[in-house]
Design a protein around this ligand. Structure first.
Ligand SMILES: N[C@@H](CCC(=O)N[C@@H](CS)C(=O)NCC(=O)O)C(=O)O
Length: 200
């Protein structure tokens, strides 16, 4: 039994997209959250320790953090071929991109958002927006997807960011075309139809 604790138009929307890509049988528990503008409220029914989304419960086991949920689900559904499995070629790159997203990309983009881009100490640890853009662009200039020829859950993570705020990824035609390719997936349309509760 899989339950996703989700709030519309938030970081949990990409987990709905992933669950659709996987063809999973799952429930969505729609949550109220505190939004960036201060609206909304923490939901007493949310199992996330910080009352954030996404949170996933699988047979009583709680998983939080987008990248941990991605890894958990792509391991749970190996036949969906959305990620290289343990022992297969590309597994190292897959883990690297997931960790890079949460360990480098989110911090660098958030530092920039609050005006801390250029902070020497932070740049030493995380590097800068310029280096982040060069890494992503260098990868996508050589292949249609972040891991090469095939769409993986790593693309879903990166593209979901660019679909919501285009400026979060490098400017230019290469990334525009990449985002359009990822947006074309039927599972994304199915996920968007479920993003808000049926009565909303
Ligand atoms: N690192 C977390 C971030 C989760 C997160 O910040 N979610 C936001 C929605 S986009 C949230 O739930 N905010 C509610 C709050 O801050 O109370 C992840 O990727 O899962």
């Amino acid at each position: 039994m899989l339950t996703l604790y989700h709030a519309p138009q938030s970081r949990s929307s990409r987990i709905v997209w992933l669950l659709e890509e996987l063809g999973a049988d799952y429930d969505i528990a729609y949550m109220n959250i505190v939004r960036a503008d201060g609206s909304g409220a923490a939901d007493a029914g949310n199992p996330h320790p910080d009352k954030k989304v996404p949170a996933l419960v699988h047979d009583g086991e709680l998983v939080t953090e987008s990248t941990a949920i991605m890894l958990y689900l792509t391991d749970l559904f190996p036949d969906a071929a959305l990620a290289p499995q343990v022992g297969k070629a590309g597994r190292g790159a897959y883990l690297t991109w997931l960790a890079y997203y949460s360990g480098v990309m989110e911090p660098v983009l958030n530092h920039q958002f609050v005006g801390l881009d250029g902070h020497e100490g932070l740049a030493r640890t995380f590097r800068s927006r310029k280096e982040l853009d060069a890494r992503i662009l260098g990868t996508l200039e050589g292949a249609p997807y972040i891991m090469g020829e095939a769409f993986t859950a790593a693309d879903l993570l990166f593209a979901s960011l660019g679909h919501v705020v285009r400026e979060m990824l490098p400017a230019g035609d290469t990334v525009d075309a990449y985002l359009a390719r990822c947006a074309d997936r039927p599972a994304l349309a199915a996920a968007r139809a479920k993003d808000s509760p049926p009565s909303a």
